[in-house]
Design a protein around this ligand. Structure first.
Ligand SMILES: Nc1nc2c(ncn2[C@@H]2O[C@H](COP(=O)(O)OP(=O)(O)OP(=O)(O)O)[C@@H](O)[C@H]2O)c(=O)[nH]1
Ligand SMILES: [Mg+2]
Length: 275
């Protein structure tokens, strides 16, 4: 496969150090994963962190993923620390209590020990995950006001930020973090498909073409239904992505395919099926 991806700028290494330091005062971790490829979102650099604290996994963007995403991930995950898994659509309102309850259940013992001394424990939880998986949107969705900056490109959050959710719950927003080398390049491609890799480090035409091939492997009918073809050139022609003289405008076609996938218009895919 021609498309090779690695993206680990210096600020991500700094973020890993920052998270490690902040965890000293945290009770738990919220590990946000993109529900379209949760296994691909597991950062080996986080292994050290999740060994130290209970983890609430959030399969975010569940609105764009197959309904069985949570069940599949639950079966695939092996972890030696207390954890829970919830699915979430962070651009839809409601369900705040579910998140708070899940954290309280995970930390019930600590909360009870404090309560026995007449103290309401204040929970401090670090929210971590790859770039663009929706960490800041997830946090904002739990607050009444928009408190963190969000955007549909990787690397929006630049620094840490503590956000109050209730009088006794604080969440730490962190910048998205990847790792130095994708040993399995399909993981890198999956992260690129869902928008977690900066556009500038990817060849867009190759990205569109490999995405089309991969989606066709997973669900040929969904691709054919959307485009009336599964071949890149045929799709480009059908959609009128043409330059002067009838030459295919590959860049436009690739951008269109990637864009429609990210908006969920082609269907709901579990890209981890390609690993
Ligand atoms: N459809 C859908 N879109 C979401 C969801 N959560 C977040 N988004 C979108 O995903 C994009 C990225 O969201 P952010 O909250 O900025 O992501 P982040 O993880 O904080 O990104 P960085 O700070 O760059 O690491 C935005 O366009 C959000 O609107 C979700 O549950 N469903
Ligand atoms: Mg952010």
């Amino acid at each position: 496969m021609a498309l090779t991806i690695n993206w680990f700028p210096g600020h991500m290494a700094q973020t890993l150090k920052m998270i490690s330091a902040e965890l000293k005062i945290c009770d738990a971790i919220i590990y946000v994963l993109d529900a379209r490829c949760p296994l691909s979102c597991l950062n080996p650099k986080f292994d050290e962190f999740i060994g130290r604290k209970p983890v609430l996994f959030v399969l975010n963007k569940i609105d764009l993923a197959p309904a069985v995403a949570k069940e599949q991930f639950t079966k695939q995950l092996t972890l030696n620390t207390p954890y829970a898994i919830i699915a979430r659509n962070s651009v839809k309102s409601g369900g705040r209590e579910v998140v708070i309850k899940a954290l309280q259940n995970l930390l019930a013992e600590r909360i009870q020990i404090k309560a026995a001394h007449g103290i309401t424990k204040t929970l401090r939880v670090a929210v971590i995950g790859v770039t663009n998986c929706g960490k800041s949107t997830f946090i904002n969705n739990l607050t009444n006001k928009g408190k963190t900056q969000t955007g549909n490109r990787p690397g929006v959050t630049r620094t840490k930020q503590w956000v109050p959710i209730t009088d006794h719950l604080w969440l730490l927003d962190t910048p998205g973090t990847l790792w130095p080398v994708f040993t399995n390049q399909q993981v890198g491609r999956n992260l690129a498909y869902v928008g977690s890799i900066k556009d500038e480090v990817i060849n867009l035409v190759e990205l569109g073409q490999t995405l089309l091939t991969d989606l066709t492997k997973l669900q040929p009918a969904a691709v054919a239904n959307r485009f009336g073809a599964t071949d890149f050139t045929a799709i480009a022609a059908k959609r009128g992505c043409l330059l002067r003289g009838g030459v295919i405008d590959e860049a436009r076609a690739a951008k269109m395919i990637v864009g429609e996938f990210r908006e969920g218009k082609i269907g709901k895919f579990n890209l981890d099926g390609l690993l």
